[in-house]
Design a protein around this ligand. Structure first.
Ligand code: 26W
Length: 817
């Protein structure tokens, strides 16, 4: 049925090599005699893109011919990481590529290292979206990822004199080799202007937007292959281009340079990813980005739906639009606008369709992360959408009033518009009211949504609330980043675990085999050697591969409590100085992560860690017992190096604040042991791996709340705990900043005088005890190995295949094609 070109009859490695050489010459315009490594990388990428696009076309035909219900996954962020190894594994071409490259005098690993990853996300939320696309492809779901083609992704982080310095991330400078830019494929996106109300010939009240500014959205497609299943999805990223009408007009205005400036302003929309995680900037450009993604995507969805020639009320039967956080929630009024203003459905008809089409995932309960927009800004940028939101709200509040006649205060609490001194549009309220499903990302987090953050909405729409515990793709986060461990596993239980992670259970019988033990620990030690080499290269610090690698990598945020970790590091340092011999397990502390450029305290904590690192690493009394390393520019590429070499994984957020965490899963899957709080997915990890195979500590989230409401006094902990007191006094007294003794005072002040919002001091003592347990456990290497193997073998549940399958069955109502 498919009339795509037949694959050549030559050996795959030989045909791949011919393709590479052809691309070196014809696509890249280079001499095939001695191409450089970067050229070879690009030619190999183009050769894989050829194969991906064939499979993508075939997959699209399948979706179309079956008339499957489609899933649209909308996200302002995707964090796919480097593609080369992933795509080779998915296409089953790793050995062929190795052979082809060897033939040309190159090593696959060196060539793969030429790739620069697209950093089109901040952290957890964007990376989750990419894991889910991988699983949707592997499960052959009729799905599409939609996002923004930022010209600059998350900044490149340098550490200079201990401080974070941001550099622009020009990820496109080497050209693009994975994507197709569809320059003939654009949608107009209209902002600003005024709403005109008029009555048409049939006497209907109509609304249209006059004097709008139009920007064009151009599609850039990247391909996401399923694991060895010939199925390929696409991630469509929109890039802003100036509108065509404008190009004609500037010849007439005479103001050529002024016109060019306007063109630049238009294309700004997709210029840069906002680097804030958990605290919105509230800038007009950001709201523009959100609407830009939404408007272009909904036009794509509507265009595909129209081709079917069926009635609008069939839209929810044929499509589901998933909102990754509230960032794309303006899709709800946008679909209403199209249905009511353009397609002339009644409000009731349109609303019935909308609420059956959208589903929303919440990823955070931090109050400062809940998105709100000033109503004035909304009115200026999206005047018709604000009117629609008001109408949604009016009808919603009317229903609520009837449902809760005796609770008039509920209206103010659930209103889509916060009314106080100033008026704000609450995006989470819009997302909940406009969706048929609202889910959290771990069991614990989903309970918190129902019990506190969205409690009123839970009373109004109990059937909408559900949980989908996050997952990670085992292709990237085990097979690709840890090939030797993956190989050892496959050797024992076969390769089925790659698409059915629960199979890892079959490893359990081997935990008592001495040979397997030894092989397991050898692989892990080799990984640690490699990371030690990297640390020596990059930071000039020599670390002992046999030491306990204690790793804390993630975005810097006070709630993630990198500060708690460093307080413990200092406590250990003091023990080494005051009673040599009291610390017996040598440790290598590894930190990594970016702070939002405007987040003073997070940046200051980065600086503190680097100062502590310098002091400890240069103190001859410490020797090999303690090393502290900060690896700059934590990103997917770096995570892939670090995770397989980790012994102890730090997941120590204040209970109730980390929605799920997914790094925690990556570490445990690779055989690291978790030290963590009773928070997010840590709780479920404990339930799966067993309480005896990880180290939980600290307050439970209800204890955090109780302590807060009873008046938490951090000073009490300071006064009662002499070890803690010594640590804080050293920081405040300039021990780690002798030339600037007051440098880190603010950090200590935030704990002692400003309420210690994240309960660092309350959890300090139990953390120290648990760290001691971890050190003791590490001394018994055989027992540690056993824990490590049991962690890996019991992590099957945390596959993104499981998570996506739950979304598909319980929320989306789709199955594989
Ligand atoms: C608009 C500013 C902004 C940007 C990003 C606010 C909030 C966000 C994200 C929701 C932050 C985020 O990435 N949250 C993380 O989502 C992960 C995937 O579900 C969870 O595993 C993490 O616990 C959560 O912090």
């Amino acid at each position: 049925k498919s009339r795509l070109p037949e694959a050549p009859a030559t050996r795959p490695a030989e045909s791949l090599k011919q393709d590479i050489l052809r691309h070196v010459l014809y696509s890249l315009g280079r001499d095939t005699e001695r191409p450089d490594r970067q050229t070879v990388f690009r030619a190999l990428a183009l050769s894989l893109r050829d194969r991906l696009v064939e499979k993508w076309i075939a997959s699209q035909r399948d979706i179309y011919s079956r008339s499957s219900k489609r899933v649209y996954y909308l996200s302002l962020e995707f964090l796919p990481g480097p593609f080369l190894r992933e795509n080779l594994i998915a296409l089953g071409l790793e050995n062929e590529a190795r052979e082809a490259l060897t033939d040309m005098g190159f090593g696959l690993d060196d060539v793969a290292d030429e790739e620069y990853e697209p950093g089109l996300g901040n952290g957890g939320l964007g990376r989750l979206a990419s894991c889910y696309l991988d699983s949707m492809a592997t499960l052959r779901l009729p799905a599409y990822g939609y996002g923004i083609h930022y010209a600059y992704g998350i900044f490149y982080q340098l550490i200079k004199e201990g401080r974070q310095v941001e550099r622009a991330d020009n990820w496109l400078r080497g050209g693009t080799h994975w994507e197709f830019e569809r320059s003939h494929y654009v949608h107009p996106v209209r902002f600003y202007g005024q709403v005109r109300e008029w009555v048409d010939e049939q006497g209907r009240l109509r609304h249209s937007l006059e004097n709008a500014t139009t920007v064009m959205a151009m599609a850039c497609d990247m391909f996401i292959p399923g694991h060895k299943n010939d199925y390929v999805l696409n991630m469509r990223l929109w890039a802003a281009k100036t509108s065509r009408e404008f190009e004609f007009s500037f010849f007439n205005t005479g103001d050529y340079i002024g016109a060019v400036e306007e063109k630049i302003r238009d294309e700004n929309i997709s210029m840069v990813l906002y680097p804030n995680d958990e605290a919105p900037e509230g800038k007009e450009l950001r709201l523009k980005q959100q609407f830009f993604l939404v408007s272009a995507t909904i036009q794509d969805i509507v265009r595909r739906f129209r081709k079917k020639g069926i009635a609008w009320d069939q839209l929810p039967r044929k499509n589901v639009i998933h909102l990754n956080e509230t960032h794309p929630a303006v899709a709800i009024p946008e679909l209403m606008r199209i249905l009511v203003d353009e397609e002339l459905l009644t409000w009731e008809e349109a609303w019935y369709i909308c609420v059956r089409t959208f589903a929303y995932t919440n990823h955070t309960v931090l109050p400062e992360a809940l998105e709100v927009w000033p109503e004035d800004l909304f009115r200026r940028l999206l005047p018709r959408h604000l009117q629609i939101i008001h109408e949604i709200n009016r009808r919603f509040l009317h229903d609520v009033r009837r449902q809760f006649p005796n609770d008039p205060n509920i209206l103010g609490r659930v209103s889509l518009v916060h009314e106080g001194e100033s008026r704000w549009v609450r995006m989470s309220h819009l997302a909940i009211v406009g969706s048929f499903s609202v889910n959290g990302v771990s069991a614990h987090h989903s309970e918190i949504l129902k019990e506190s953050v969205f409690h009123d909405f839970y009373k109004i729409f109990p059937e909408r609330f559900n949980n989908k515990t996050n997952g990670i793709t085992p292709r990237r986060w085990l097979r690709q980043c840890n090939p030797t461990l993956a190989w050892l596993i496959t050797e024992h239980i076969g390769p089925e675990w790659l698409t059915d992670l629960a199979q890892l259970k079959k490893l359990e019988p081997y935990v008592n085999s001495e040979g397997f033990h030894r092989a397991w620990m050898e692989v892990r030690l080799r990984n640690k050697h490699k990371l030690a080499e990297y640390i020596r290269d990059k930071n000039g610090i020599t670390v002992m591969p046999e030491s306990l690698f204690d790793v804390h990598v993630k975005r810097f945020h006070e709630y993630k409590r990198q500060l708690l970790n460093v307080l413990h590091v200092i406590a250990l340092y003091n023990r080494i100085r005051s009673s040599p011999g009291s610390v017996t397990v040598p440790r290598t502390y590894i930190f990594g992560g970016k702070a939002a450029p405007g987040y003073y305290m997070a940046k200051h904590i980065i600086r503190l860690i680097n100062s502590v690192a310098y002091t400890i690493n240069t103190d001859p009394r410490v020797g090999d017992l303690l090393k502290v390393v900060f690896l700059q520019n934590y990103c997917v590429t770096l995570a892939e190096r670090i995770i397989p070499a980790t012994d102890l994984s730090e997941q120590i957020s204040t209970a109730g604040m980390e929605a799920s965490g997914t790094g925690n899963m990556k570490f445990a899957l690779n055989g690291a042991i978790t030290i963590g709080t009773h928070d997010g997915a840590n709780i479920e990890i404990m339930e799966h791996v067993g309480n005896e195979n990880l180290f939980l500590f600290g307050l439970l989230s209800h204890e955090v709340n109780e302590m807060r409401s009873q008046g938490y006094n951090p000073r009490l902990f300071y006064e009662r705990d002499s070890e803690l007191r010594e640590v804080l006094d050293m920081i405040a007294g300039g021990f780690f900043s002798p030339s600037e003794p007051h440098l880190f005072r603010d950090v200590v002040e935030s704990l002692l005088n400003h309420g210690d919002r994240y309960m660092v001091l309350a959890d300090f003592r139990s953390y120290v005890y648990r760290q001691q347990d971890a050190a003791n456990a590490f001394m018994d290497q055989a027992a540690w190995a056993r824990m490590s193997m049991l962690n890996t073998s019991r992590m099957g549940f945390f596959s993104s295949d499981r998570a996506v399958d739950e979304y598909a069955k319980d929320i989306w109502g789709v199955s594989g094609v």
